[in-house]
Design a protein around this ligand. Structure first.
Ligand code: NAD
Length: 458
């Protein structure tokens, strides 16, 4: 293998088997140590995320280190309750047995992160994995190198390598080298759908269960009953956060023809208000991660008419917050996940028309409905299967750790955040405990002639 040896992974297996990671006291201690280290490295985290993505400290707090600290607090508070066995009812056939579900740690798990929220998307699943009592191999994205360095420093300063192993490097080399030689107990992957398929195949070879947090095109529907000013605020703030490099950013807008012009005017105004006339110098506006992504994104500008923005500068990896219309539905911008600060706006007349556009990319990671008519919003909610949805909002569902976060179909499989993370990294083991003082002969052969009795009890 490249940077990790099979001996290192076997050492993790032995450490897990020793039972060291199982107690509540141990898990809580590790979560507290992680919290302390993240707080201690706050400035370095901001500097790294600025260097990789030009994120401001305020944006970092909401979406990266503050997000992780909030998840940590929630998990530390609830950990003992989550670890409790769940008592279940027992059916007539098994009485007077007692039934429960115990939460068993999975073992040695692999967590793979992407570059867009490089800190949060590696460490949020880590919290669930530690809480559930596992050993963890952490593989960050190689495309956010400054954040990679800080995370490695944090992890290696608090955890021994047989417990949490941090593995940097080129994913295409490092990950197969591990997955082909070692049977992980779970793989938790966040990233593109294309690489997700590769991970899924490698996991299948060894029957390793997976969580796949993938991408896709998350549509926004703005109906004739939407509050246009508030809608513009909420779409603009999330679409252009992190320069649009967010898995749950609104990918495109389907707006009812009667309010299209109004919405465009409102969104243009909001873009200038939030990011200034010169977004290249704005404290609030990030940069594109690298030249490869930059060139991919500017290629989309030819797929329609730019109605706002459209400026770019390769030297600063800057692409202005951009609105586009007159989009050809067959163009790449309507089949690829955009993952950048370019927002196509398409008008529709009937709901069927809008729905047929959404159905070209089924099961989006998120779906956003803007309408002040509850029945209409519910109808849309019902019509579009998606990982998650918001009514009169976009993307903020991810910040509520009481809600499950995950996709379906092409946008992923499995879910996490809060208790859902704990459950993802635990095996729910069914336990039936039967007393010995009652042992009726009807349960044993000969069964001949007992059919009537069985029909009564089963
Ligand atoms: P990516 O798939 O290129 O990389 C993700 C991880 O996979 C990295 O750690 C990388 O090293 C590794 N990797 C890359 N090639 C590999 C290979 N051949 N074999 C094994 N591992 C490999 O994704 P990205 O570009 O970092 O992230 C962007 C994508 O992630 C977008 O599609 C976005 O929607 C998605 N995403 C999803 C979520 C979510 O929560 N659902 C969150 C953020 C990003």
């Amino acid at each position: 293998m490249s940077s990790v040896s099979i001996e290192q992974l076997n050492a993790m297996r032995h450490y897990f088997a020793s039972g060291a990671t199982r107690s509540h006291a141990f898990r809580k201690q590790q979560l507290l140590a992680l919290k302390k280290a993240i707080i201690a490295h706050e400035r370095e985290i901001y500097a790294a995320l600025y260097s990789d993505l030009k994120k401001s400290p305020e944006e970092c707090w909401v979406t990266e280190n503050g997000f992780v600290l909030s998840e940590l607090d929630h998990t530390i508070n609830w950990l003992s309750a989550w670890m409790e066995p769940e008592h279940k009812a027992t059916n007539l056939l098994n009485l007077p047995s007692k039934s429960r579900v115990i939460k068993e740690p999975l073992g040695v798990v692999l967590i793979i992160g992407p570059w867009n929220y490089p800190f949060q998307l590696l460490l949020t699943p880590l919290i669930g994995a530690i809480a559930a009592g596992n050993c963890v191999v952490l593989k960050p994205s190689e495309f956010a190198p400054a954040t990679d360095v800080v995370m490695q420093k944090i992890i290696e300063s608090i955890f021994p390598q047989e417990y949490i192993l941090y593995v940097s490097g080129d994913g295409a080399t490092v990950i197969p080298a591990m997955m082909h030689h070692f049977t992980f107990d779970h793989v938790f992957y966040t990233g593109s759908t294309a690489v997700g398929k590769i991970i899924y195949k490698m996991a299948a070879e060894r029957l390793v269960p997976v969580t796949l947090e993938l991408g896709g095109k998350s549509p926004c529907v703005v109906t004739a009953n939407a509050h246009i000013q508030v809608t513009a605020n909420r779409i603009v703030v999330t679409k252009f956060s992190n320069a649009g490099q967010m898995c749950i950013a609104p990918d495109y807008v389907l707006v009812h023809v009667s309010v299209k012009e109004q919405l465009i005017i409102a969104m243009k105004k909001k873009i200038v208000q939030f990011f200034s006339e010169q977004p290249i110098h704005s404290h609030e506006f990030g940069k594109i991660i690298n030249e490869k992504q930059f060139h991919r994104l500017i290629g989309y500008l030819k797929d329609g008419t730019v109605v706002h923005g459209g400026e770019y500068d390769v030297q600063h990896l800057f692409i202005a917050p951009t609105l586009m219309e007159s989009i050809s539905l067959d163009s790449s911008i309507m089949s690829d996940e955009i993952f950048g600060p370019i927002l196509p706006i398409i008008s529709y007349d009937t709901e069927e028309e809008a729905l047929s556009i959404i159905q070209k990319n089924p099961n989006p990671l998120a779906f956003y409905i803007f309408s002040n008519q509850q029945k209409e919003a519910e109808r849309w909610l019902d019509k579009v299967p998606s990982g998650a949805a918001c009514i009169n909002n976009a993307s903020w569902h991810a910040t509520n750790h009481h809600l499950p976060f995950g996709g379906r179909g092409f946008s992923g499989t499995g879910r996490y955040h809060g208790k859902y993370s704990f459950d993802t990294f635990s095996h729910e083991k069914a336990v039936l405990q039967t007393p010995t003082w009652f042992d009726p002969s009807m349960k044993y052969p000969p069964f001949k002639g007992k059919l009537k009795l069985f029909k009564k009890f089963i």
